[in-house]
Design a protein around this ligand. Structure first.
Ligand SMILES: [Fe+2]
Length: 170
């Protein structure tokens, strides 16, 4: 049985991960609408990964005897006004999520809930990768996004991203 506060934080995180999926689906739609199918594809896969994160936490809670309560998912709140603006919003969202994961980790550590800290190790590492990926997209866009031909090539590169289910076994 997990500590009540930890269970509550994990339960909230399920909602935040689904929100992230929703937000990135919104980003994906924005790019598809703009004719940038590669960016649209990249964010569609990102959305699938966020849904996976939610399901991993849900499964972890169930395996540890905690009841999961599904709350309403907020409407995506980022205003999508420019390509670069969307990418930058993606990066700051990942930084925000890293903070959320760190908060749960610290709370679990405080109550010696090492099963949860061990479970969250994967998320800590994942957040590092998510931030790096988001930052890389911004860098690439700044380098190549202003020239239509190089933007076309960058978009094609992002089209190649394929979805892979997480290998995490819990
Ligand atoms: Fe996530």
């Amino acid at each position: 049985m997990l500590n009540e506060k930890i269970a509550e934080l994990l339960n909230q995180q399920i909602n935040k991960e689904f929100y992230s999926a929703y937000l990135y689906l919104d980003f994906s739609n924005y790019f598809y609408d703009a004719g940038l199918d590669g960016f649209g594809n990249w964010y569609k896969i990102q959305a699938q990964e966020e849904r996976d994160h939610a399901m991993l936490i849900l499964r972890y809670m169930q395996m540890n005897g905690m009841k999961v309560t599904l709350d309403a998912i907020e409407k995506p709140s980022v205003e999508l006004t420019s390509n670069l603006g969307v990418l930058e919003a993606g990066y700051s969202h990942e930084q925000y999520v890293t903070g959320l994961i760190n908060t749960i980790y610290a709370a679990a550590h405080d109550v010696n809930d090492f099963r949860t800290t061990q479970f969250l190790d994967w998320f800590i590492k994942e957040q590092g990768e998510e931030e790096e990926n988001a930052d890389n997209l911004i860098k690439k866009y700044k380098l190549f996004g202003e020239d239509p031909r190089s933007l076309y090539m960058l978009d094609n590169e992002l089209k190649a991203r394929v979805y892979a289910a997480p290998s995490l076994v819990i």
